[in-house]
Design a protein around this ligand. Structure first.
Ligand code: SF4
Length: 292
């Protein structure tokens, strides 16, 4: 793991707060060692060298403390370009330190991860939620643990992530599933969609948000195809034939998203972005009422 000094930490959201209502975004780490074969953050456009090697911003908490003091209160997003529960976080506690600052300064939180380590910080999520809005997301792309180990090799398997959702939900936190990406010819099956929504419901998820494709950009695409050649021989050629260099590859099964919607409705699960935002950003009085 490398270290680097940061100049700033909090960034305004570029296109408003459409992504789960976040007003700010921040990355305390650069790069990620979780090894997901499809990771979009590996794309050249983000200019992260040696993406699989984690770099920690060693002065991140000092800067964040300063920035939170003068910014307008809002929801701080974590986890867009790097998973903040990487293996180093256990000892470094940079993410935990940032959560403490968010709580002390009265901001809200929108956090996404693939690691069950998130449950370590339940105490802080509850404290933050007592003052502002909190939304937690576990990314789960398939329900088959063996397949999960192949495509997301260095992070909690799907069943462990569902257990984490249950723990967070039982603790009274607003938690749901990020069901993205859908990998054509791998995870975009009816069985995976139906099982994933059912298991999300059983785990007490409040919502499940899906995006039906995978991006294929410079550097990320080459890495993805290399991994496909190792794990699913012949599949990269199929991608080349079908998608012909397009940047976004959506599932070829046009009915699959409809099935996803039907299953969400069947279990009474929120799945549209605006509905999810409205639900977790309840006026404070209503949130307090529901807590008691
Ligand atoms: S956990 Fe997220 S950031 Fe890390 S490799 Fe996987 S997709 Fe990329």
């Amino acid at each position: 793991m490398k270290t680097v000094k940061a100049k700033t930490i909090l960034q305004n959201m570029k296109y408003g707060n459409q992504w789960f209502g976040s007003d700010y975004n921040m990355n305390l780490y650069r790069g990620c060692c979780h090894g997901c074969i499809y990771c979009d953050s590996r794309s050249n456009c983000y200019r992260i060298d040696n993406f699989d090697e984690v770099t920690v911003k060693e002065n991140a908490l000092t800067i964040l403390d300063r920035e939170l003091a003068y910014r307008k209160k809002g929801v701080v997003g974590l986890g867009a370009m790097s998973d903040h529960y990487n293996p180093f976080e256990k000892d470094l506690e940079i993410t935990r330190g940032a959560l403490k600052l968010i709580e002390q300064n009265g901001y809200g939180l929108s956090l996404e991860t693939k690691s069950a380590t998130i449950t370590r910080d339940i105490d802080l999520f509850k404290k933050i939620q007592a003052k502002h809005n909190v939304i937690l997301k576990l990314t789960i792309t398939c329900t088959d643990d063996q397949l999960c180990k192949k495509i997301e090799p260095n992070v909690s398997i799907a069943s462990e992530r569902f257990k984490a959702v249950k723990q967070l939900s039982d603790a009274g936190l607003f938690v749901g599933i990020l069901f993205t990406p859908w990998l054509p010819f791998i995870t975009d099956t009816e069985e995976n969609v139906r099982t994933l929504v059912k298991q999300a419901h059983e785990a007490g998820a409040h919502f499940i948000y899906a995006s039906t494709g995978v991006t294929l950009r410079e550097n990320q695409m080459e890495y993805y195809f290399q991994q496909l050649d190792k794990l699913f021989p012949g599949l990269s050629d199929k991608y080349r034939q079908v998608y012909r260099g397009r940047y976004a590859c959506n599932t070829l099964n046009k009915n699959l998203y409809k099935i996803f919607e039907q299953e969400c409705k069947r279990y009474g699960m929120l799945y549209k972005m605006q509905d999810i935002i409205n639900a977790y950003k309840k006026p404070r009085g209503i949130v307090q009422e529901s807590l008691f």
